[in-house]
Design a protein around this ligand. Structure first.
Ligand code: PLP
Length: 407
């Protein structure tokens, strides 16, 4: 008789998790609203009339958030990177000419996924803290004649915003290329109009701007992109991410794989809250909060990493004062103040997110205070009261501007 491998002894979650949950103010995942948390506790049949209704509403709401009338909206069981891989692996294959506009870590990931499906990937390598100009993109397109252009709207890693996105998409369209946009950290936090801007695939994750749970993502394809998916002659090496198979579940009430039903319900609620707020109000809330946070940080005496012209609002990058490293700051603020913020893949910055539920005034005050105290504790000469005063001033100015606009 064989002996079983002995049963392990582990701690319960109650023993592992802090008594008071940490305030998640990093580059994602972000706090989730109560309705999202509640939906995430429910399991229903992954097929059948109720699920069909839920899926129908998720697609309808997602079309509003993506600003598209395209039929081809699908969910993905997986992180934002799975949605990214779904876009790349369905639209590119052996020999496809892909132009990847690389601004940092996540736009490089799209290029890597292109190489992995055998595409012929050329890079437009943009230095840190800059965005590709229209001239650079036009040159690269003349040189490489891409069938597909990939670009990130907000490069979370170095907090740069590709503010020429609309014009770059138009250039690509004019040259006959399809455009794939990574909007993981930006969707529902700032304008993105998939149809009006002529974008062919937009991807997003759950755990950032949408304030849903991590692990369930969304993708939208234009009609032109969908025609390319349907017209491909090389089979897709991915099975779970095959858009034609996913169509069975997301459009034909059939089976592909068992959908993450709780996560889909959570996403439904997150999207419903976006619709209840409306995109216009949501963008205004994000802008007001992010600008106020930035003013608070700089008034305290700290420096922002990205230059103003291409600074991303969804994630704010702050230079680490000399003598410290990002880990010191993130560790201290988490232990002493129960606030989580992020470092960034080797860059000398810490990052505070302004996505979804992170953009609430009480979260800003707590986070800015915790950041300031952390700096003081770590021996950095900053002016904490000046920072908090600037935050308050900017928020109340922002409210006055919003009230005037509404009147
Ligand atoms: C977070 C992020 C991703 C990756 O999302 P995961 O859910 O971690 O896979 C991709 N692109 C951008 C711009 C992001 O911010």
């Amino acid at each position: 008789m064989s002996t079983l491998i002995p049963c392990p002894t582990v701690e319960s979650l109650d023993a592992i998790l802090p008594e008071e949950p940490l305030l998640m103010m990093g580059a994602g995942p972000v706090p989730i609203p109560a309705a999202v948390a509640k939906a995430n506790t429910i399991v229903i049949n992954h097929l059948g009339a109720t699920m069909v209704k839920v899926i129908g509403q998720v697609k309808t709401m997602a079309r509003y958030v993506f600003q598209t009338n395209s039929k081809w909206v699908l969910g993905v069981a997986g992180p934002g990177s799975a949605a990214m891989e779904m876009a790349i692996s369905n639209l590119a294959w052996n020999g496809t000419r892909v132009l990847a506009i690389k601004n940092g870590f996540f736009s490089e990931r799209m290029a890597e996924m292109g190489r992995r499906v055998g595409a012929n990937v050329s890079m437009l390598d943009v230095p840190d803290g800059e965005v590709a100009s229209l001239e650079q993109v036009a040159d690269a397109m003349r040189r490489e004649r891409p069938e597909i252009v990939t670009i990130v709207q907000g490069e979370t890693s170095n907090t740069v915003w590709n503010h020429h996105l609309k014009d770059i998409a138009a250039l690509a369209k004019a040259a006959g290329a399809l455009v794939i946009v990574d909007a993981v950290c930006t969707l529902s936090t700032m304008p993105l109009e998939m149809d009006a801007w002529g974008i062919d695939a937009v991807i997003t994750g759950g755990q950032k701007g949408l304030s849903s749970i991590p692990g369930v993502s969304l993708i939208a394809f234009s009609d032109a992109a969908w025609a390319r998916v349907k017209g491909r002659t090389q089979s897709n090496a991915h099975w779970c991410l095959d858009a034609s198979l996913a169509e069975n579940f997301w459009h034909n009430a059939g089976y592909h794989y068992t959908a993450p039903v709780s996560g889909v319900l959570a996403l439904h609620e997150a999207l419903r809250l976006v619709c209840a707020e409306t995109l216009e109000k949501r963008f205004a809330r994000h802008l007001k909060c992010s600008v106020a946070l930035q003013e608070g940080v700089t008034s305290m005496g700290l420096k922002l990493y990205a230059p103003p012209a291409c600074r991303l609002n969804s994630v704010v990058g702050i230079e680490v004062p000399s003598g410290l490293n990002p880990g010191d700051i993130c560790g201290h603020i988490s232990r002493q103040h129960q606030v989580e913020i992020s470092g960034s893949f080797g860059l000398p910055i810490v990052r505070i997110g302004q996505m979804g539920e992170q953009c609430r005034e009480h979260n800003l005050f707590r986070t800015l205070h915790a950041l300031g105290r952390t700096m003081v504790d770590l021996g950095v000469a900053i002016d904490l009261p000046a920072g908090v005063a600037a935050l308050e001033k900017s928020l109340s100015n922002g409210s006055r501007i919003a009230a005037r606009a509404a009147a």
